[in-house]
Design a protein around this ligand. Sequence first.
Ligand code: C5P
Length: 236
Amino acid sequence: MAEELNRKVIVALDVEGREQALSLARELSGSGCWVKVGLELYACAGLGIIQDLKDLGLKIFLDLKLHDIPNTVARTVKALAGTGVDMLNVHCSGGYEMMARAAENAREAGVKTGFVPQLIGVTVLTSMTANELAQDLGVGGELEDHVVRLALLAKRAGLDGVVASAQEAPVLRQECGQDFLLVTPGIRPAWSTTDDQARIVTPRAAIAAGSSYLVVGRPVTRAANPRAALDRLWEE
Ligand code: C5P
């Protein structure tokens, strides 16, 4: 049962270097979970880490949150898709054209490798509060409406799903349908600390809300025994 639930967990390998990442990945391999390579690990270890993680049999979400002009993002997506990652992402706020070209290039890369990675759009970062969105960024209206607007744009552009808070998962399920992937960070089991996340949800509540994948970082990676912490996610 835990292994089945673990298949919905993407552990964020937010560590300083290759050795630390691989030691964590070795502990997690065989548990069913995916791993996520984010900006920090990419900056420290480079793209070579992808093959190392694939060799451990892990599924990989490359979370670089691309955001640039359509041509640059599309060409970068093509290059990254060729590494064999299972999922990668762009910021929805880059706009329709950027996302559509990225999706097209992911598919084109797949023709060569025989495998098309899932392309996901980042809506509003889970560390951002409604106040910050409205006052600092000047985005009017409700935060949830903005998330839905970005998700529908991503869907229209041909993306496979979005990253959003699990708090927004019910409305996204309703608006974007059953097949649209909802990848939700900001997951905090009752036994862990909140850190810098603002819009948090517990693991089981996130699944119940309609999340397809839960992104979990520090509650697992900073635990004395990460593998045990992974299984403990489901104790509530
Ligand atoms: O340690 P924690 O569980 O907060 O890690 C969450 C991970 O999810 C981090 O790697 C962060 O970059 C990522 N993330 C997020 N909010 C988003 C998109 C990604 O927290 N909207």
